[in-house]
Write a new protein. Structure first.
Length: 251
């Protein structure tokens, strides 16, 4: 393959200049070269960008700021004033007092933090298409997103979502991350969330792979993209979520 020949040339340059050229470096270089070959991509980058803009334009989600007391399924504890879901699932908002912070800007402060007793799964599904790795991303709407939609992982769900505590549908493609034997785990590590907003919060970041010949039905708000295309999208503002950036950073 031309990519393999080019990979070896790049590795030789790395060796000559004292850089690592182990199997990990080889895989990274080969992955980069394969994904930059436009002939191997399922879609062009232009198609992906146009597709995403159409998804944003057609998003019907509306967000309206209301009083906390007007939220039907959320309650405020009269003693602690913590805010939580009536099911006891999902997350709560708790007050925290911070002291002895001599290495910070002030010696102490108080603030609310999001507390979640359970962790979630942030996962990306990949498979080879035309011999090149493609990653399944979701143009997902979240109420706090700028412009509503952002390119998000295949799966982004807490265990409350996975066990359908909201009485709604189970997240799509969750079986590839939950069920043993449905996919090959490429990467699976617990990664912490922002400690300035979340209290002791972490998620299981996962990258899983299915065989090239496996047929997967892809809804209209999901799309297969190459690593090169993801990195090009990162050059655009408010387009790719931090979760996607975190997972692809290991490749």
């Amino acid at each position: 393959m031309p990519e393999q020949e080019a990979t070896e040339k790049i590795l030789n340059v790395l060796r000559e200049n004292g850089y690592e050229s182990d199997s990990d470096a080889q895989n990274r270089v080969l992955h980069m070269l394969e994904s930059t070959n436009k002939e191997n991509s399922l879609h062009t980058l232009e198609y992906v960008m146009n597709w995403f803009e159409e998804q944003r334009k057609n998003c019907k989600m509306e967000i309206q700021e209301v009083n906390i007391t007007d939220l039907d399924t959320w309650q405020t504890n009269p003693e602690t004033m913590n805010i939580s879901h009536v099911s006891g699932e999902f997350f709560s908002v708790r007050g925290m007092k911070v002291t002895q912070t001599d290495k910070r800007e002030v010696p102490g402060w108080e603030q609310p933090l999001f507390f979640q007793k359970e962790w979630g799964i942030i996962g990306v599904l990949r498979k080879k298409i035309n011999g090149v790795y493609h990653y399944l991303l979701n143009a997902k709407a979240e109420p706090g997103n700028i412009d509503k939609l952002q390119m998000s992982p295949t799966l982004q769900a807490t265990h409350s979502n996975l066990k359908q505590a909201h009485k709604g549908k189970k997240p799509l493609f969750s079986e590839y991350f939950e069920e043993e034997g449905r996919s090959t785990i490429v990467y699976s590590k617990d990664q912490t969330e922002d400690g300035g907003r979340f209290f002791l919060k972490a998620n299981r970041n996962m990258l899983v792979e299915v065989p090239e010949n496996e047929q997967i039905e892809v809804p209209e708000d999901f799309i297969w993209v190459t690593m090169y295309q993801i990195k090009q999208m990162l050059k655009h503002e408010t387009l790719v979520t931090p979760h996607v950036r975190s997972i692809i950073s290991v490749l």
